[in-house]
Design a protein around this ligand. Sequence first.
Ligand SMILES: *[C@@H]1O[C@H](CO)[C@@H](O)[C@H](O)[C@H]1NC(C)=O
Ligand SMILES: *[C@@H]1O[C@H](CO)[C@@H](O)[C@H](O)[C@H]1NC(C)=O
Ligand SMILES: *[C@@H]1O[C@H](CO)[C@@H](O)[C@H](O)[C@H]1NC(C)=O
Ligand SMILES: *[C@@H]1O[C@H](CO)[C@@H](O)[C@H](O)[C@H]1NC(C)=O
Ligand SMILES: *[C@@H]1O[C@H](CO)[C@@H](O)[C@H](O)[C@H]1NC(C)=O
Ligand SMILES: *[C@@H]1O[C@H](CO)[C@@H](O)[C@H](O)[C@H]1NC(C)=O
Ligand SMILES: [Ca+2]
Length: 632
Amino acid sequence: MEIRTTCLLMTLCLGIVSVSCEELLHRQKRVWIIDSFKIEEERPGPYPHVLGNINVEKKFRVGFHLHGQGVDLDPKGILSVNTNTGEILVHGKLNYEDHNKLKLTFEARDATNNVVDTRLGVEIEILDINDNPPVFENNLHIINLNESASQGYFLATVNAKDKDKKNTNNGTFDLKIVSITPTPPDDLEFFLQQTGETNGIKFKGCLDHEKSEKYTILVEAKDRGEVVQLSSTCTTIININDGNNHLPVFTGQTGAGSIKERDSGDVPVLRLQVSDQDTKGTEAWKAKYTIHGDKDQNFRITTDPETNEGVLFVQKPLDYEDGSLRNLSVSVENEAPYFSCKVKGRSATGLWDVVTTRGVSLTGLTPPLLPTRQVTVTVEDVNDPPIFTPAIKNVTVEENVEVGWYLETFTAIDLDRKHANTFTYVKGKDPCDCVAIDPKTGKITTTKILDRESPYVKDNVYQVTLFAIDDGQPPMTGTATLNIHLKDQNDNLPELEMATMDMCLSDEPSEVNITAYDLDGDPYSGPFYFQLQGNDVKGKWRIDPNNGYTVNLVKENTVYAGHHELLLKVFDLQGQGALHNLSVTVCDCSGVANCRMRRATGSKIGESAVGIVIAAMLLLLGFLLLGPPDDL
Ligand SMILES: *[C@@H]1O[C@H](CO)[C@@H](O)[C@H](O)[C@H]1NC(C)=O
Ligand SMILES: *[C@@H]1O[C@H](CO)[C@@H](O)[C@H](O)[C@H]1NC(C)=O
Ligand SMILES: *[C@@H]1O[C@H](CO)[C@@H](O)[C@H](O)[C@H]1NC(C)=O
Ligand SMILES: *[C@@H]1O[C@H](CO)[C@@H](O)[C@H](O)[C@H]1NC(C)=O
Ligand SMILES: *[C@@H]1O[C@H](CO)[C@@H](O)[C@H](O)[C@H]1NC(C)=O
Ligand SMILES: *[C@@H]1O[C@H](CO)[C@@H](O)[C@H](O)[C@H]1NC(C)=O
Ligand SMILES: [Ca+2]
């Protein structure tokens, strides 16, 4: 119809065209006619074989030519044409999967001038035969699957393709599971399911590592070939990881199960044995213990990594007096959460009805549904030490109280109900050996005068300790401390730090300092009042100022060199005075730095020199008074 229209258009526009429309149409028709042939793919020989003839009207001698796929385009050299007869020859096999159609151009040319007379398209359809099996995208899948995986879990994709002609039986295939090794138990079923473009392997029911840790599933894809059916398989290996689908079971208990009261430190008391059917060493096997009913957290439990035993320790000492038995319960679970799966019912379609239990739902319950064992720990009574309440007492006494003064009484008590112990009180620390303790009553009295100024007294406190020793086996000891606070008395007189001093001879009054102290505390101590005794000191010696801790002894220039003894009275704040001899050496310091140096080095020589001088002077005086001796 279209061709006709084109012809009419051309006729209208090109009136001068010499050929009739009829003829044009005919010729054009020849060019556009598409001849078609069919060749079955993979056709066995012999070759060449004749495919057929293309008929064209031959008014004059023509030569036939063929171009395109199969001749000078891929697949080259399969087809040829007999130039004289127009007969098409096939020289080899064709493959539908490579080319399902060959397109060629057939030409008839004028044999004399080689001008194309007729040109037409030729299509050669390649007929499919079933020469391709369906092929899987992957031939092997290896999958690690947790035992706790839920049914319906997608295991693997088992997609396949068939290269044969689509929408024909040769290119259409079916998938099915052909074998499962080993045969799954009746609560497990593997199946294929198509979702969209994807074919997957899934399972329904429950996985159980203990029944089989591995399944090998063979899936076959088989086409619906009319003459032959072709197939291939794909293998899926499913390794099932062992999950925790067995709880540990208590099997026994070893160890004394008893502990001495007050045993301190971590003491193991007993071991609990369990067995677990899961793979040894895995988290599904390793036991985890929990103690219940241990109000004061006296116990702790650990898992022995070798044996999986629960080792119960006493981490905080127990007291027999709180009861001789401790009842505990110990529950056990695994490090990995527990998991169990049970098939309750099967429906013909869809997944089955399964009941799963997971770890959280076990421990969340009170009491937990975990295996639990009652254990009783016996607390053995041991001799309790005597106890002083209070263990520290203070007592205050005046210092210098008379010997035998009562200070305090300590009484120990015994917490033991079984052992009715009697105690002996013994003195511990008493550095000045100043007190005595009655061994029966614990009464403490003094045996010496207590001196607040004693070096054993620190900050007015003298400390003694005492022990109460019971008669248990082994004997136990309790300790108490008595702090004796000593009240000060004015039992010490002012003292001088230095009573011997040197002073230099000088024309001016000179001074040296004097420092006093008193062992007593305030108000029995300084500042002190100083007073020089004797009448002969007037105009020679004085104290300035005469009040304080350190004052000056002032020497007037009327004092000559030599040794001077002065009597100084020093009074404390209460007016209690003490006399002290002051020994003052006055010397001429002009030659040497001070008297001490003079005494140490030059004084003897000096003195003898003075003696010689005096002797010489006396001799000279004798001459002057008596005249020279007769014998001279
Ligand atoms: C399918 O293949 C067979 C040969 O195996 C062939 O005879 C048949 O014609 C093919 N069918 C289709 C629809 O191609
Ligand atoms: C499988 O189990 C392991 C440990 O038991 C866990 O870490 C992992 O997340 C699980 N995998 C799946 C897919 O649940
Ligand atoms: C502990 O258990 C023992 C025996 O099982 C029982 O005789 C005792 O009364 C229990 N003690 C306590 C404090 O529950
Ligand atoms: C005993 O005296 C000390 C000071 O020496 C004081 O710290 C302590 O609290 C006193 N103890 C009692 C029981 O009075
Ligand atoms: C007292 O004299 C000595 C020696 O002369 C000196 O070291 C000391 O500092 C003096 N003390 C006072 C309080 O002046
Ligand atoms: C002072 O010295 C005299 C004589 O040497 C002596 O009798 C007296 O006891 C001394 N006084 C003191 C307080 O030392
Ligand atoms: Ca387990």
